[in-house]
Design a protein around this ligand. Structure first.
Ligand SMILES: Nc1ncnc2c1ncn2[C@@H]1O[C@H](COP(=O)(O)OP(=O)(O)OP(=O)(O)O)[C@@H](O)[C@H]1O
Ligand SMILES: [Mg+2]
Length: 309
């Protein structure tokens, strides 16, 4: 069972001496496997993953399209059930819960931000932000609401409907909604995937501030090294397995790791890559040639379960 544990960390991956510190595990995956289909058509989306999410940290999960990022998030957020393995949210073994306590756990202990903002079009920004509380029949903590709205700069947009808001403003509303019930963990599945770079920076800055100022635990899936550079820790997935992890990497550390872990005809390798990355100035802003932004029907139905169940 998770709880407090001691970890040996090589901070920034650069310190000569390891440091030992005490962390609280917000969620844990043990031997997590998810397969789809059967026989010859079987797809192993996740392959025996062991993974701890540390409380009060901003964790990024990176990997090419199809590497299992969303599958891992859906299992850890209790939106889907594993083929084998176990998930704990805090000390709760998620697999042992019946439907009703599971829905309650999702509603009360997990917040979600998706790539498509998934706001209810007929509701105002304020109504969307407090929607999880309205559904649960709970009162709004107005002080907390004010704090979130002010940090997100949404004060003068609260009476607007989503169609009257920019993409960045809509995603900030979705962030506010995710934090409104003070969840143990906020999960973001490509939360900046549909945003221009300025709006993306606003959302990433907010997620970072929510960790620094509210001690929020945040897990973000992303293709984008720039987005991941806001996180404390980045975990790399490939073919349903965790293949590497970096603490406090810079943007260029992340690009280097991606070039090493995900070779592709478009990603410079070997001496060529070394030249590019040593040179610093010629590091490309994005290296997401495997980006696939298409949201599937399955993803929409997961979002519906996460937000409206
Ligand atoms: N409902 C499903 N039925 C069958 N296969 C699925 C299903 N959901 C996911 N998969 C498969 O599992 C693998 C992992 O998918 P997943 O959605 O977790 O990847 P991802 O890393 O989130 O990719 P992306 O970056 O494109 O969102 C893929 O091969 C995908 O095709
Ligand atoms: Mg995905």
């Amino acid at each position: 069972m998770p709880g407090e544990r001691k970890v040996k960390r090589n901070l920034y991956g650069r310190c000569a001496a390891d440091t030992v510190e005490r962390v609280t595990v917000a969620a844990r995956a043990k031997g997590l496997t998810k397969t789809y289909g059967s026989g010859d058509a079987v797809v192993t989306a996740l392959d025996g993953v062991d993974f701890d999410i540390v409380q009060g940290e901003f964790t990024a999960i990176m990997g090419p399209s199809g590497s299992g990022k969303s599958t891992l998030m859906h299992l850890m957020a209790a939106l889907d059930t594993p083929t084998s393995g176990e998930v704990w949210l805090g000390d709760t073994a998620v697999g042992s819960l019946a439907d009703t306590p599971l829905t309650k756990l999702r509603r009360e202990r997990v917040g979600f931000v998706f790539q498509a903002f998934n706001l209810v079009p007929t509701l105002t920004a304020r109504e969307n932000i407090v929607l999880p509380l309205s559904i649960a029949g709970k009162p709004v903590d107005e002080e907390w609401f004010d704090r979130i709205v002010d940090v997100l700069g949404l004060r003068d947009r609260l009476t607007h409907k989503p169609s009257e808001l920019s993409g960045g403003q809509q995603q900030r509303v979705a962030c506010a909604r995710a934090l409104m019930n003070r969840p143990d963990i906020v999960f973001g599945d490509e939360p900046t995937g549909n945003l221009d770079s300025t709006s993306a920076a606003e959302v990433l800055t907010f997620l970072r501030r929510s960790v620094n100022e509210f001690n929020q635990t945040v897990v973000m899936l992303t293709h984008d090294a720039h987005a991941a550079s806001y996180a404390d820790r980045t975990v790399f997935l490939s073919d349903g397995r965790i293949v590497d992890e970096l603490r406090n990497p810079s943007h260029s550390d992340l690009l280097r790791a991606m070039a090493r872990l995900y070779p592709s005809p478009f990603t410079p390798q070997g001496p060529e890559a070394d030249g590019i990355y040593r040179d610093g100035g010629s590091i490309p802003e994005r290296r997401d040639d495997w980006l696939d932004d298409v949201e599937t029907t399955a993803e929409r139905s997961i979002a519906r379960r996460a937000l409206l169940d």
